[in-house]
Design a protein around this ligand. Structure first.
Ligand SMILES: [Mg+2]
Length: 131
């Protein structure tokens, strides 16, 4: 599998720790943050190919974070994480340019496949605009 960089944004630290560890074990350089604001700061200094973004977070929620992310890094693909009560936010995310949304709890292999697909779309888009 080709390597790409992943940013995980979720207010549940256990989720981030597990996810980052598993992604790194697959050879994917990954970082995790628990707040939307921290994610945006991270993007000022680092490039990521794909972001996993929780919809429900205290402070800046996933939708607000997505809007700002797309201003900073329009080519970074974003996969929204929704719960049973937040599917509508996932759909709203798609309208704002997210690649897809998945419902928690999502099996790791399924999320990994989504990440690979999202990265593929980023590559195609970069080729298209000659980047
Ligand atoms: Mg949450």
């Amino acid at each position: 599998m080709e390597s790409f960089r992943v940013l995980v944004v979720d207010d549940e630290e256990d989720f981030i720790d597990t996810m980052v560890r598993r992604l790194r074990s697959k050879g994917l350089p990954s970082e995790g943050v628990t707040r939307g604001q921290d994610a945006l700061k991270m993007l000022d200094d680092h490039d990521f190919d794909v972001c996993i973004l929780d919809v429900k977070m205290p402070g800046m929620d996933g939708i607000q974070t997505l809007r700002e992310m797309k201003k900073k890094k329009p080519l970074m693909e974003v996969i929204m994480l929704t719960g049973h009560g937040s599917v509508e936010s996932g759909i709203q995310g798609l309208q704002l340019g997210a690649y897809n949304y998945v419902m928690k709890p999502v099996p790791f292999d399924e999320l990994l496949q989504q990440l690979v697909n999202a990265y593929e779309r980023k590559r195609i888009e970069e080729d298209r605009i000659g980047k």
